[in-house]
Design a protein around this ligand. Structure first.
Ligand code: ADP
Ligand code: ZN
Ligand code: ZN
Length: 734
């Protein structure tokens, strides 16, 4: 027999291998194998079983080893990945490799971690501990086991006795009073349901009904519900129905920070096993979660982007929350959209998928309008909560100091006096984004990027937020030696300082990447917020995501004006989503909310539409604008990016690729090339970057062209000094 293998390499090819007479396990599609590749051994996945090969039999090499007893990808998942490789024009070997937990990318077998437990033997039961007067530690252990009468792990024993008695355990094992057994660790589950289902309001009821009625086959539901409208409650009730049919559920969220919150809500409702999958896990924990899902030992998987690749043999429903969020798009190497792949996966598995958001992406709304998705609305806040009131604060008249205008300070004081919480949003961490000389024009720039360095006051350094470089703060201007260096602009750290000066006795909690670096830190902070009163929370976009802050009644956006001036055509969409999302944090449950937006552009049409008419109306207007300008979703984009260590090389490379492409495009008038141009931030981390945009009015000719072009590109120049990548459906042009 001959098998076709996708080897884990960046080559856009698959390879034929012979299957030796005797393999450890019978080979089937989706299994991992180790194969000789060049001079090395590589891992690959069997993607086809063949009778013949285009290559002469005596030239074919045999498979070295079959690595697992069963496939690591089921057929549906493998189909999705093959589709993705074609759609994103990314090498199949790398696609499959990306989809596996890190531990399975090595040419090795694997084992699921187990835990050692101790228990009493029949002999151990007959021994009287009181007689062990000369061995007090043995006595303590024996007493423990005779009273507890159950399996205990090393950590449990240490916790119960207050000391580590590992060596004594082994002594007792030798005496055959205790024995040890290995048990595999289980995924998380709760033993009892602690929260009853809520009675749905009319809109929730309609949404639930709509999903269930069409829920037996593939259908995309776009659940558009304002923040606090009870989307999660709808998810929970749909999930319940799916679990009752013995099917599994995959829930995707944009950010790790959202998994603990969701996990605990799920555990209050379901006793099924749940695993969470995200980047903060160790390789071992990831493998374990993956395994439980594949074995159908976990019925619910909650995970971030790459969890879309989790094998789930009984998958019956996919839910993707905050579907507009950019984190679902992988921004390097294999640049897939987990949202779009989730939809493909649902279609191949013939199951429903729910995309939820308070601010759906333009793409999804467009898909709903053209009938591909079914749109469901939740327009009211659930329970007693009311929609917040939004005010615009013109900072041209109310001059803010360190980001805070007087009217805003007064409002903050009022809300704090009423024992409520205030949330301030500033999408810029650090103390000040600019350090400038007061005598000449010098500003602190990053050596490696076309960017300014941000000043961090507390730990006293300048840092580049693009490449991560950091240096100490100079005492004087390097150009003119003036010692008058000005810190311009306001980051979260400066805002914190100035708030503390105004409200010295109030707790201020800052949430940004600088304060939540360590694992679990964000979780801790969020717990603190949940309990607290009279606090000020302040932070970056981490706060804009779906966290619950029941005591917040005032939300202020300190400065949103940068969003109006970006070169990216999607900037207004993002700004509108941000305003709506952040505003949605105000006044949940029974407290009325108020939102304040500080801006120097109070009459900006975008802002007026959002504030007066809401997100949906804004989208209608903005979509019409995109249609007139023939921008996505009314056309399709692919971006070829290149970066080089020498200035100009990336542009030159793209110019050559453009020339090559022209030959392919002779009869293709529906595909156009725009550029190449330097990237808006040309130099980043010492790489000079440029891009070439491919635009098409239809998908099919675009992909036909890209496939041919990639073959030419692959043969072209690639070195340590230049690299390139293709981004299909790019989400940013920076
Ligand atoms: P979303 O996910 O849309 O932000 P949630 O599902 O988290 O909304 O619901 C927001 C709040 O409203 C939660 O505290 C939830 O318990 C409550 N809630 C949701 N549905 C109902 C309902 N039908 N009746 C009463 N309270 C509800
Ligand atoms: Zn100077
Ligand atoms: Zn830099």
């Amino acid at each position: 027999m001959i098998v076709q293998i996708a080897v884990f390499t960046p080559l856009r090819k698959v390879f034929d291998y012979l299957v030796p007479q005797h393999t450890l396990y019978p080979l089937s599609i989706g299994m991992r194998v180790a194969v000789p590749f060049g001079r090395q051994k590589q891992v690959g996945i069997v993607i086809r079983l063949l009778k013949t090969s285009d290559i002469a039999i005596n030239k074919l090499k045999p498979v070295d080893k079959v690595l697992d007893d069963r496939p690591v990808f089921d057929n549906t998942l493998l189909e999705v990945l093959l589709w993705a490789s074609e759609y994103y024009h990314h090498p199949i070997g790398e696609v499959l490799q990306t989809a596996l937990p890190a531990s399975l990318r090595q040419p090795k077998g694997w084992k699921i971690a187990s835990q050692k437990y101790w228990s009493l033997t029949a002999l151990g039961q007959t021994i009287d501990p009181q007689k062990l007067t000369h061995a007090p530690r043995q006595k303590a252990l024996l007493q423990l086991f005779q009273t507890e009468k159950q399996l205990l792990s090393d950590t449990q024993i240490t916790a119960l006795l207050g000391t580590n008695l590992r060596s004594v355990l082994h002594t007792l094992e030798k005496k055959q009073w205790l024995k040890s057994i290995e048990k595999t660790i289980h995924p998380e589950s709760s033993t009892a349901i602690s929260q009853a289902e809520l009675t749905l309001n009319r809109e929730q009821q309609q949404a639930l009904q709509g999903i269930i009625e069409n829920g037996q086959q593939f259908q995309v539901f776009l659940l558009e519900g304002i923040t606090g409208s009870g989307k999660t409650e709808v998810y929970l009730q749909v999930i319940k129905k799916v679990l009752q049919q013995q099917r599994q559920v995959l829930v995707l969220v944009p950010e790790i920070g959202l998994t603990p919150q969701l996990l605990s809500r799920f555990q209050q409702r379901f006793t099924e096993y749940i695993v969470t999958l995200h980047s903060a896990l160790t390789d071992r924990q990831r493998l374990q979660g993956w395994y439980f899902a594949r074995e159908n030992k976990a019925q619910i998987v909650i995970g971030t982007r790459s969890a879309v690749f989790t094998p789930m043999p009984q998958l019956g429903l996919i839910i993707l929350d905050e579907e507009h969020d950019l984190s679902f798009k992988q921004q390097d190497n294999f640049r897939y959209s987990a949202r779009d792949l989730a939809v493909i996966r649902a279609s191949k598995a013939n199951i429903p998928i729910i995309l939820g958001s308070a601010t759906p992406s333009f793409e999804s709304i467009y898909n709903a309008e053209t009938g591909r998705y079914q749109r469901l609305f939740l327009s009211q806040r659930a329970g007693n909560a009311k929609k917040p009131r939004i005010d615009i604060l013109d900072i041209r008249s109310a001059k803010p100091k360190s980001g805070l205008s007087d009217p805003l300070l007064q409002l903050i004081a009022q809300h704090l006096e009423a024992k409520q919480q205030v949330l301030l949003f500033q999408n810029r961490r650090g103390y000040a984004p600019v350090l400038m000389c007061d005598k000449c024009t010098w500003m602190a720039h990053c050596q490696h990027c076309d960017a300014r360095m941000t000043l961090h006051q507390k730990h006293h350094y300048l840092s580049c937020h693009h490449c991560g470089a950091s240096i100490s703060i100079p005492e004087q201007c390097p150009d003119c030696q003036s010692t008058g260096l000005l810190m311009l602009g306001v980051g979260t750290e400066r805002l914190e300082e100035s708030l503390q000066a105004h409200f010295p006795s109030t707790d201020i909690i800052r949430i940004d990447r600088d304060t939540t670096k360590a694992r679990g830190e964000l979780e801790q902070v969020l717990k603190q917020v949940e309990k607290g009163q009279q606090q000020i929370l302040l932070g970056t976009q981490m706060l804009a995501k779906g966290h619950h802050f029941p005591n917040v009644t005032l939300v202020a956006l300190i400065d949103i004006d940068q969003g109006f001036f970006s070169v990216d055509f999607r900037a207004t969409e993002r700004t509108a989503q941000l305003i709506t999302q952040v505003a949605g944090r105000a006044g949940r449950e029974d407290k009325a909310g108020q939102v304040v937006i500080q801006t120097a552009q109070p009459h900006h049409p975008l802002l007026e539409t959002i504030v007066q008419k809401g997100y949906s109306v804004f989208v209608q207007q903005a979509l019409e604008e995109r249609r007139l300008l023939a921008l996505p979703p009314y056309c399709y984009y692919a971006l070829l990016r290149a970066e080089a260590t020498q200035e100009g090389d990336a542009l030159k490379f793209l110019q050559q690729q453009r020339n090559q492409a022209k030959k392919l495009l002779l009869q293709q008038t529906s595909v156009q090339l725009l550029g190449p141009v330097s990237a808006p931030m040309e130099k980043r981390a010492n790489w000079y970057r440029a891009q070439l945009l491919v635009q098409a009015s239809q998908r099919t000719p675009l992909h036909r062209f890209l496939a041919q072009w990639m073959v030419l590109l692959q043969q072209g120049y690639r070195s340590a000094k230049l690299r390139w990548s293709l981004d299909v459906d790019p989400m940013d042009m920076l």
